[in-house]
Design a protein around this ligand. Structure first.
Ligand code: PMP
Length: 421
């Protein structure tokens, strides 16, 4: 049996209708922005392997640091114990975040980083005997697949089977010039019940790379602060350079109370989640009363190997060449956007930093289940490019080390697809 046959016998893949999906592509090696299958066929990773990879695959520097860590300390329980990589990572990350971020809480992935953030907010109010249970979120938001993270995400095909079990959330529109005053009024009307407002800053990834302006987010965060509503910036996707700055929150002047990280945190090498918060939130859990403890933790909380990958990724992230690469990709995307924006099959093109998204005109409403999706996916795959359109929305967000040649090849295949499909 080859690898795919063995896979089909034992594996249940994520987000995959196992009855109708084509067999998975067997990838055996990664290097730079590319992946290679069993037969040596090259695939340019146009989606950074679910938006996680920032420095390229199997990066030798991260590999070296991880290997060293594995022979030094592979894991230790994080309640009652600590270790150097967890402390150093928290120190170094907090140093480059908005300066109100003072404490770091580790978990395993993006969804758990969000779960922790939500629990911090709900218990923050509970611990002060002023319980608040309502949460504010954007329509079409996506914050993860665990139950709390699903609850604060828009109701969709992803959540349909569980909707009756999800706690109630107030959903508001993305802000713009015409609705910003109205959104602020909605927040003011609900303020005494609102524990927090959670948002994907600047770009709603899974919703289809929907983008909105920093100035209106800034106004909403400021308004929440004025009204005493805590704010959670879910930077799981946008963090670590994706939007052109180190963090999407660097585009605004107001500081969120809590921030969530994963994906690019380890350069996309290993599973790790991190939730940071203000001193004020941390202090609300300090008490002689044991019930005021944040009772949350995972077996692999602050795993030293994952933390060492994150530290190595941080070294690379802070190199000037990384910032230059981010700029290079952003400029290149802008030029491509100008080139194709008037194509009759392009409904809209939008871009924030290293993320570009194109909405394909189907004559129908934009939809995750657009039949165009599969056509496009396999068209690009056979051309040696990994793009995973969200319905009729094609997006590119490559590892920052992608070469101009590979990036231009992706653009040229998109142009070709516009003519051929
Ligand atoms: N938040 C955002 C904004 C995300 O884009 C994602 C994943 N796409 C998550 C949370 C969940 O992260 P994970 O898949 O690691 O659980």
């Amino acid at each position: 049996m080859n690898l795919v046959e063995r896979d089909l016998k034992v594996i249940w893949h994520p987000y995959t209708q196992m009855q109708t999906a084509k067999p998975p592509v067997p990838i055996v090696r990664g290097e730079g922005a590319c992946l290679y299958d069993e037969d040596g066929k090259k695939y340019i990773d146009g989606v950074s392997s679910w938006w996680v990879n920032i420095h390229g695959h199997s990066h030798p520097y991260i590999a070296k640091k991880v290997a060293e860590q594995l022979t030094q300390l592979e894991h230790v329980i994080f309640a009652g114990f600590t270790h150097p990589t967890a402390v150093e990572l928290a120190e170094r990350l907090l140093a480059i975040l908005p300066n109100n971020q003072q404490k770091a809480f580790y978990s395993d992935n993006g969804s758990t980083a969000v779960e922790v953030a939500i629990k911090m907010c709900l218990q923050y109010w509970n611990n002060q005997d002023k319980p608040r249970t309502k949460i504010l979120a954007f329509k079409n938001a996506y914050h993860g697949d665990t139950f709390g993270a699903m609850a604060v995400s828009g109701r969709s095909a992803f959540t349909a089977a569980f909707d009756s079990l999800l706690f109630e959330v107030e959903f508001i529109d993305l802000p713009n010039q015409s609705n910003i005053q109205n959104l602020k009024s909605q927040i003011s009307n609900l303020k005494s019940q609102l524990a927090c407002f959670i948002f994907e800053p600047l770009v709603q990834g899974s919703a289809g790379m929907l983008m909105y302006k920093a100035e209106y987010l800034n106004e909403l965060v400021a308004h929440c602060r004025k009204e005493g509503v805590l704010t959670i910036a879910d930077e799981v996707f946008t963090g670590f350079g994706r939007t052109g700055k180190r963090f999407a929150c660097d585009h605004i002047t107001e500081q969120p109370d809590i921030m969530c990280f994963s994906k690019g945190l380890t350069g996309g090498t290993m599973a790790l989640g991190l939730t940071t918060c203000t001193q004020q939130i941390f202090d609300a859990f300090l008490s002689d009363d044991r019930l005021k403890t944040l009772f949350h933790g995972h077996s692999f909380t602050a795993n030293p190997v994952a933390c060492s990958a994150a530290l190595a990724s941080m070294d690379l992230f802070l190199e000037t060449s990384t910032a230059e690469n981010i700029k290079r990709i952003a400029n290149s995307h802008s030029q491509f956007a100008l080139k194709i924006k008037d194509h009759p099959k392009i409904k809209t093109v939008r871009q924030t930093g290293t993320i570009i998204a194109m909405e394909w005109e189907t004559g129908d409403n934009t939809s995750y289940f657009s039949s165009l999706r599969d056509k496009l996916y396999h068209y690009f795959l056979s051309a040696g490019i990994i793009l995973r359109p969200l319905g009729n929305i094609i997006y590119i967000l490559p590892p920052y080390c992608i070469t101009n040649a590979d990036l231009n090849y992706i653009y040229s295949k998109i142009e070709q697809a516009l003519e051929e499909i």
